[in-house]
Design a binder for this molecule. Structure first.
Ligand code: NAD
Length: 234
């Protein structure tokens, strides 16, 4: 049980594991592969430059899987925590699905981007909502400027979104909880190291993450079972 006092500020970091019980596989769960490609081979600027149609095939598949998924009790518990403590909660997710929002979370920093948003790869036009799938024989969508429309995702080798806001929230937090993340993907894996010794630090998931030694306490179990009873708010 994590007790949240009236002065506490809570930083929650979620990873692919929080959506696993909703039917969205983790990268580890699929062995890091899509068809015979390593995920890095279809989720990188190099892949986009080499074969944008293949990249859109991969993200179209991910859009279809995510569109069919519904939030699970872990997403609901985090939305409930926001209702109770408002902006004393900072939610940061590595997930690109929208299950936190579907469960009712209002403020979510999507550091790796969002699956249902696209943007131009050339002009500064604002990213826009896009639920379409682009698979053969569909062609790669084009912007009015002549650039190509790409998924609004932070690919391997790109800089995550919202880092200023995220680091500001890390500095302020007194409770840090990571859920369903393997602790191997940077910079998220280092967040706990930024706050340990100053904030209380917790991990939730069925396996120990790679960085488990940095946490004060690990709650072993699936997020959908652990989260609904994890927080008590004073
Ligand atoms: P990961 O695939 O490396 O690790 C998943 C972690 O989830 C593992 O530690 C595993 O033990 C844990 N897990 C599995 N089932 C769980 C459950 N029921 N409850 C709690 N934890 C569970 O994922 P990662 O650490 O998030 O990082 C890899 C990258 O994968 C991220 O960049 C993320 O953007 C991307 N990703 C996102 C989604 C999504 O948006 N839903 C899905 C797959 C991958």
């Amino acid at each position: 049980m994590i007790c949240i006092g009236p002065e506490d500020r809570v930083f929650v970091l979620t990873g692919a594991g929080v959506s696993a019980e909703s039917g969205i596989p983790t990268f580890r769960g699929v062995g890091g592969l899509w068809r015979n490609y390593r995920i890095q081979e279809v989720a990188s600027p190099d892949a986009w430059a080499r074969d944008p149609a293949l990249v859109w095939e991969f993200y179209s598949m991910r859009r279809r899987v995510a569109a069919a998924a519904r939030p699970n009790p872990a997403h609901a518990a985090l939305a409930d925590l926001e209702k109770k403590i408002g902006d004393r909660l900072f939610m940061c997710t590595q997930n690109v699905d929208n299950l936190h929002e579907q469960a009712g979370s209002r403020q979510v920093a999507h550091m790796h981007g969002e699956l249902f948003v696209s943007r131009c790869d050339r002009c500064p036009r604002q990213p826009f909502a896009d639920t379409s799938t682009y698979e053969p024989p569909a062609v790669v969508p084009q912007c009015e400027c002549g650039g190509r429309i790409r998924p609004h995702i932070c690919w391997f080798g790109e800089v995550p979104f919202d880092l200023d806001r995220i680091f500001a929230a890390l500095v302020r937090c007194t409770v840090f909880t990571a859920i369903g993340t393997s602790g191997g993907v940077e910079p998220a894996a280092s967040f706990v190291g930024q706050v340990c010794g100053r904030a209380r630090t917790y991990y939730v998931g069925p396996e120990s993450p790679a960085n488990h030694l940095v946490f004060d306490e690990c709650f072993q179990g699936e997020a959908g079972s652990v989260l609904p009873m994890l927080f008590t708010v004073e």
